[in-house]
Design a protein around this ligand. Sequence first.
Ligand code: SF4
Length: 442
Amino acid sequence: MATAIEFFKLLPKTNCKDCGQPTCLAFAMLLANQKAKIDDCPHISQESKTALSESAAPPMRTVTVGTGKNAVEMGGETVLYRHERRFVNQTAYALTVCDDLKGKALSDRIEAISSLSFERVGVTFAADMISVKNVSGDPVIFAEAAKAVFSLWKKPLILESDDVDAIEEALECIGKMRPLIYGANAVNLERMAALAKKHGCPLGIRADDLGSAADLSARAKAAGTEDLVLDLGCSGLKRCLEDHTVARRAAVKKKFKPLGYPLMNRVGSGEYAVAMAAVSTMKYGSLVIFDNLESYEALPLMTLRQNIYTDPQVPIQVKQALYPIGNPGEHSPIMFTTNFSLTYFTVRADIEKSRIPVWLQIVNTEGLSVLTAYAAGKFEPEKVSEVFEESGVLSKTDGPVIVPGLVARMSGRLEEMIGRKVLVGTNESKQIPKHLKELTSQ
Ligand code: SF4
């Protein structure tokens, strides 16, 4: 990915503002941060456009599996480390459905996969895909199974077989849904690539190592298919860590195109599979296929993934709103805090722990925590009073307003503005239960 200055050199430099930016340099900076498209500038020459398109393309190809709102994007990464910019597309997790399952056994299996769903800091975690695995060895049974799974599971599918006939049969049924074909290898590559090209589907390549992955991706490209996902054949934790790192370095730093594709792993089930998935998630894996994943394994894994793939420059936020906790009434206290997700969920959990009903008002501080927001002028009495008015919380209760202890200094001004008694709360969220109990026992 080119730098802003490299982009700038290819722009017309007239500062005409037709792209909506004040200067060509500002536009170049957006291009470098992938926040603008080259076509937004109508004055670029064709020659520069071609050069810019090449520079703007991420060193790792973005590959889409599925269609519509449930489609999963993989790859498109531009950096080695999250803090350099951000990671773009989080690791997708897929679970296996074998094609010998039928009727109730099949619907039970899909239901079990769908039930792997959790909510954490306002984000829902769930399995992203199902991999239909050809264990029957029969193309017709495989195609029927793919069709049956598709009718029950609305998210993207993976067709897993190295039998070209089986893949072809299944693609006739669900090819339009853009499944990932996972089964190209050194022997069948050209025929699998031809099927991928014909149906416009991405192709997963099973290689033995880094070298063969590069060879096979070059062969697939020559055969006319470029939406590739590479399985480097890593069977152990150490090799997964090493090979994924080498592949990402080669793609991002050396611009080595044959390895500039998303990476995937097929793991089994149980502790070692989860450890492999954790390594793959931390080190550049875009897709992990499990034989099975229990909920107690899925939650920590998905939490790890969330921590790695959130944008470090954008704090996770919740909506500015009035949140009634524990069925509060007309004498319940009002508490308020910022919309930084971690603050909200911590405060909320501690209020719930107290078992005392509270009106919790969340104030939009663009995801900043209490002290930072206060220092930045985004969490001041004027703002809080305005938000109280908007939500109407003061007309719902005559209870006291509790100001977070860290910003106790705003209590006097806030009291004046809202005409309601303001108490100073605790510095630490964990002290909230004790404080609320003392307050309500007075
Ligand atoms: S439209 Fe093009 S030439 Fe005009 S300011 Fe934007 S980048 Fe520069």
